[in-house]
Design a protein around this ligand. Sequence first.
Ligand code: HSE
Length: 432
Amino acid sequence: MRTRPLKVALLGCGVVGSEVARIMTTHADDLAARIGAPVELAGVAVRRPSKVRAGIDPALVTTDATALVKRGDIDVVVEVIGGIEPARALITTAFEHGASVVSANKALLAQDGAALHAAADEHDADLYYEAAVAGAIPLIRPLRESLAGDKVNRVLGIVNGTTNFILDKMDSTGAGYQEALDEATALGYAEADPTADVEGFDAAAKAAILAGIAFHTRVRLDDVYREGMIEVTAADFASAKAMGCTIKLLAICERAADGGSVTARVHPAMIPLTHPLASVRGAYNAVFVESDAAGQLMFYGPGAGGAPTASAVLGDLVAVCRNKLSGATGPGDSAYTQLPVSPMGEVVTRYHISLDVADKPGVLAQVATVFAEHGVSIDTVRQQGRLDGGGDASLVVVTHRASDASLTGTVEALRNLDTVRGVASIMRVEGE
Ligand code: HSE
């Protein structure tokens, strides 16, 4: 084994960074044996240097992250500060100064993955980011390496633990969104400002990364259609149950049937209870991958948290250190297909639409005509008189597969019917 250590600069020492440092220290001998050289924590860049950090030599702590990555003797920079800047500038500087990079930064990779990969290539460096999507779950490497000889057609994932906790709570207890969110906050799953999770921004960044790797193309955050889950109601869960479904916030990346384009989207969807993703409970994540040769695969595990995320970071660190020792780099960017990302209107799926209608002769025929005029074929219709009376009824229509644009046109036209009092909910049905 080489005795000269590989030097690691850690940028950020919060929930994840402190776990990375702890595991590097407590597992130092095993890591050295697995890599073939010792790994030394050479510096830790933080914002608040006065904070006591157990197990970290205070002499290693600095507030000058730029100087740390510019030192010239750093082999690997581990970036766990998140956000766009200064992370982007620090990673670029790290490449310029001969370091490879391990990052957990989904927002940056979803926004600027192409430029970062180009910078890594230019400097013969590695850019690894297993921790950016679904925490501890090995997903980037299986897609990038294990499935590199296959053709992935679809990735369907629960990639946000906070929202899965909330939806699971609503499903299992009948709670409303706010009550379930309050519990998620009290238990530390949801942040004080849960916007990034509940509005789907976090999942959209992960969808962009997954789609790009799965389909060997470029998908940016802006390309991902996004709907959050704050409007999902207890009534939606009741409707889902009546169909043998539950509701999940899904990240869905698909290759078009003709192979000429891709789509990426995040939204709540009904999914049959028989689908493996339906059984993903609490704050767990899972990603279901469909490919030509392998068929169906599912990756499951903790998608967040200090130690689980650090596990993924450490796995990357070992891989990058091994590459450094062998004088090589690992698989880089493979966005060679340059497939266009189609707009949401071209996505084809099934829909569950709940309408409040006047309960009088001819209404069902009127509603069915609107669907037919927009080329949307109805699978089932269920009508029940409302308990509050008043001559209205609740009409639930489940469609066959149709484009999102056709469905949008249908709903607009339904809203213009005098006999339609309101569109109570529209939910896509996936995983069938
Ligand atoms: N906030 C995310 C989640 C974890 O709830 O899954 C980090 O991406």
